[in-house]
Design a protein around this ligand. Structure first.
Ligand SMILES: O=c1[nH]c(=O)c2ncn([C@@H]3O[C@H](COP(=O)(O)OP(=O)(O)OP(=O)(O)O)[C@@H](O)[C@H]3O)c2[nH]1
Ligand SMILES: [Mg+2]
Length: 248
């Protein structure tokens, strides 16, 4: 009998939990794109988003990345960017694929329109490594170790890549916006700003590492700036395109 009571109490808790899940599912369905048609043109999806949503959630566990992204975006972006501090897994693969996988998981967690950004530092002499694994390399060998990895190579050229991924509800149609800054790996210099901008990297045409530049100077030429501008153009054009065709 005691066991029967336990079983009934457990079943009642389970039903309550399921109901709660179903309610939250319903809420999120009414506020996401899961109900949009699969064959809908992308511009329509973006426009519908502007009508239904004013918010995109930027998912990152890196507060410095978030701050820089927000500074670059500035005022006038048609959507409010909010933030969720989640440490997404460090996936393996090519830069755009890593970003796509992060975005898919972020959407599955948040269930609202999301963006993520993945950053790579690719050394040409090493066939693109450390690339998306730069975070692990920095943690293990630091900026000095990164520089020393090129000891014995004549080619110290590198490229910084920011891949922003955006999902509005269809995880099979994640959009990638990429920005690149070419440069050179040098002996680390320029103070280590609280764990940010520690890459020993001088962009082409500059004589300063990111760490030696002011935030504004960096934001003029960085990989992140270039990726954000591609993203901005996409959203503005998508909305503009629809309202123009609607006017005709
Ligand atoms: O000197 C730098 N100037 C930059 O402009 C920059 N952008 C990123 N990074 C670092 O490179 C790794 C990327 O890894 P990452 O893209 O996975 O980021 P993350 O794990 O810190 O955050 P997130 O994945 O939660 O968004 C992390 O160690 C970042 O700190 C930078 N360092
Ligand atoms: Mg990461």
């Amino acid at each position: 009998m005691k066991n029967l009571f336990k079983l009934l109490a457990f079943s009642s808790r389970k039903v309550k939990a399921q109901t709660a899940v179903r309610r939250s599912d319903q809420r999120s369905i009414s506020t996401t794109f899961t109900s949009l048609r699969k064959d809908q043109p992308e511009e329509d999806v973006v426009l519908e988003m502007s009508q239904q949503h004013s918010e995109i959630v930027f998912v990152t566990g890196n507060k410095y990345k978030l701050r820089e992204f927000t500074q670059i975006l500035g005022e006038g972006f048609p959507y409010k960017i909010t933030h969720q501090g989640i440490d997404l897994p460090e996936y393996q693969g090519e830069p755009d694929e890593v970003s796509r996988l992060k975005c898919k998981l972020a959407y599955e967690i948040i269930k609202r329109p999301v963006i993520v950004e993945d950053t790579c530092l690719c050394f040409n002499a090493l066939g693109g490594l450390p690339g998306p694994y730069v975070k692990h390399f920095l943690e293990k060998v630091g900026p000095d170790g990164l520089f020393k990895m090129l000891h014995g190579f004549d080619d110290h050229s590198a490229v910084a890549i920011a891949s922003i991924a955006y999902c509005n509800g269809n995880v099979d149609k994640i959009k990638i916006f990429q920005g690149m800054t070419f440069g050179t790996i040098v002996n680390p210099r320029g103070g280590q700003r609280l764990g940010w901008n520690v890459w020993p990297f001088i962009p082409d045409g500059c004589d300063k590492t990111f760490a030696e530049m002011s935030p504004d100077a960096k934001n003029e030429i960085s990989h992140r700036k270039r990726a954000v501008e591609v993203m901005r153009k996409y959203f503005l054009e998508s909305i503009g395109h629809k309202s123009l065709s609607g006017a005709c």
